[in-house]
Design a protein around this ligand. Structure first.
Ligand SMILES: NC(=O)c1ccc[n+]([C@@H]2O[C@H](COP(=O)([O-])OP(=O)(O)OC[C@H]3O[C@@H](n4cnc5c(N)ncnc54)[C@H](OP(=O)(O)O)[C@@H]3O)[C@@H](O)[C@H]2O)c1
Length: 257
């Protein structure tokens, strides 16, 4: 199986490293050649120039920014049996079909968690045969934990929750670090407190209900309860909901740009 990745930035680079550990050949191509070449120390990765090997690909993974898709001149080089996998936020299957005059498409929404073997993704396919579906599922499983959505519009919701999710976590971690500085610690010590706390919290969650986990920390009339009271008073969960809807709306807007 030949896999071809176009765009070796944050996501494409991470996916290339994962797929290099599986069977088959991994070809990569990036606008700035040096960026792709930096991944070459993995012997399974073949850095391509000028899309020369694209016609050999069984899977072509598009990992460029949504607005960069239109610049890709790949139409004539795709073999008809190839499956085109796009991870671009907000870009619909119908748009991909038109852009690349191609039938077999998977729209995939992963997240950065895959860079540490902890990714989660959702996908929707179109034009795939039963055989394509089996080989696609094998490929997606190698990339990260994933599931198929019933309707394509759900991909925008996945984008808003898990696609951007790592950034929301980092935002909250940064805010807590800033609070620690205001409470008198230097930035390094503040980072130590937040980093260790959050990696432990992530490990502690297991499959346990979040409210139960909160209750394990926040005792009645205690300090954590006082902090949580402020979150509730300021309607933090409502802000989170508004943010998720805004991200989903932005994904829908991208599909019309
Ligand atoms: N980052 C995330 O957490 C995340 C999560 C889920 C989905 N996504 C989606 O993943 C896609 C990639 O995001 P990213 O964060 O990885 O972006 P990124 O780091 O900017 O990577 C994009 C890469 O595409 C390359 N590129 C641009 N135009 C190209 C062209 N014509 N031919 C070949 N390569 C080209 C860029 O190369 P140059 O640097 O040389 O221009 C860059 O290395 C986006 O569509 C995004 O919506 C991202």
């Amino acid at each position: 199986m030949n896999i071809y990745i176009i765009g070796t930035g944050v996501m494409g680079g991470a996916i290339a490293k994962i797929l290099a550990k599986t069977d088959g050949h991994v070809f990569i191509y990036n606008k700035t050649y040096a960026k792709a070449a930096a991944l070459r120390n993995n012997s399974k990765i073949i850095v391509d120039k000028n899309l020369e090997h694209l016609h050999e690909a069984d899977f072509v993974l598009l990992a460029v920014k949504p607005y960069q898709l239109a610049d890709l001149s790949i139409k004539a080089k795709l073999k008809p049996s190839a499956v085109l996998v796009s991870i671009a936020a907000g870009v619909k299957i119908s748009t991909l079909k038109t852009l690349f005059s191609h039938k077999k498409i998977i729209r995939l929404m992963p997240n950065l968690g895959l860079a540490v073997g902890q990714g989660v993704a959702a996908w929707k396919s179109s034009g795939l045969s039963a055989k394509d579906k089996i080989s696609s599922q094998r490929l997606l499983k190698a990339i990260c934990e994933n599931f198929e959505v019933k309707d394509e519009f759900q991909i925008d919701a996945v984008t808003a929750i898990s696609g951007g999710g790592p950034a929301y976590f980092f935002y909250f971690a940064q805010a807590l670090q800033q609070a620690a500085v205001k409470l008198g610690f230097d930035k390094t010590r503040a980072r130590q407190l937040v980093e260790k706390t959050f990696s432990a919290a992530a490990a502690l969650q297991g499959k346990t209900d979040y409210q139960f986990l909160i209750n394990r920390v926040a005792s009645k009339k205690g300090t954590t309860e006082r902090a949580l009271h402020i979150f509730n008073k300021d309607r933090l969960s409502h802000t989170v909901l508004k943010a998720a809807f805004a991200a989903q709306k932005r994904a829908q807007e991208i599909s019309n740009e």
